[in-house]
Design a protein around this ligand. Structure first.
Ligand code: PMT
Length: 219
């Protein structure tokens, strides 16, 4: 399979020295990229800035902003069999980027933010992607209900939900605990190393692809 994976945070610049970002380290997305490559799949990793070494044997597109990630996904998605969106993409960016460093002045500074493109949300509707579509959901409450809502709205085959309010898992940790939300059922993957969970997700995506192609249908 040809698999596109997004990973890491995005950085939304405010001025030449400051940006808005989030706590994503990229570990979950890079673990997925390595696991798919190890299983013999062709991986294209579109990643925001991280400190992680690029796994061997994969194609890599570095990006900074959500708009750059959006452009990269739009450019490559049409030739993919599966896409997995593990990146923590900023939903908003500063409305203007100052050309010079913003100087201190007054007691308050009000920032105006504007919406970024919803890359996962556009995959089916605007990019006409027909392959296996897997989104992540980073939630702090109502994990399953929120993930199921995303699954339907974004027309995914699977939403991988994680509770990012639990200490020791999720953002910037080597471990995670996942809830796999499929259209017809839900499965829990207990806390484990992200690399082990990634291998499990490879099998789930392979199964979705095989079921889609009819390989697992009764004769
Ligand atoms: O990187 P780590 O430190 O290893 O942490 C892993 C993780 C917590 C970042 C990862 O497991 C995770 O949950 N990734 C998704 C984070 C997220 O932004 O979730 P969300 O619920 O806000 O977004 C839902 C989905 O839409 C995600 O697939 C996201 O990639 C995608 N999205 C979101 C906004 C946007 N503008 N475009 C998108 O494509």
């Amino acid at each position: 399979m040809k698999v596109l994976i997004t990973a890491g945070p995005t950085r939304e610049p405010l001025d030449p020295v400051r940006y808005l970002t989030n706590r994503s380290s990229g570990k979950m997305g890079y673990a997925l990229a390595a696991a798919f490559a190890d299983a013999g799949h062709h991986v294209l990793l579109v990643s925001g800035p991280t400190d992680i070494d690029i796994p061997p044997g994969i194609d890599f597109v570095p990006v900074e902003t959500a708009s750059e990630m959006h452009d990269a996904v739009r450019r490559h998605l049409f030739r993919m069999d599966a896409a997995i969106f593990a990146a923590a993409v900023a939903d908003y960016r500063p409305a203007t980027v100052a050309g010079e460093k913003i100087k201190k002045s007054g007691e308050e500074l009000v920032l105006k933010l504007v919406r970024n493109p919803d890359i996962l949300g556009e995959a089916r509707d605007k990019m006409n992607f027909e392959g296996i579509l897997v989104g992540f959901a980073a939630e702090t409450e109502n994990l399953e209900a929120n993930a199921r809502d995303k699954l339907k709205r974004k027309r995914c085959d699977l939403i991988v939900a994680n509770d990012v309010s639990k200490p020791g898992i999720g953002f910037d940790s080597d471990r995670n605990e996942l809830l796999l939300v499929f259209p017809e059922h839900t499965a829990a993957l207990p806390e484990d190393e992200k690399h082990h969970l990634a291998r499990h997700l490879v099998k789930e995506v392979e199964l979705l692809a095989a079921t889609r192609s009819g390989a697992f249908q009764a004769p």
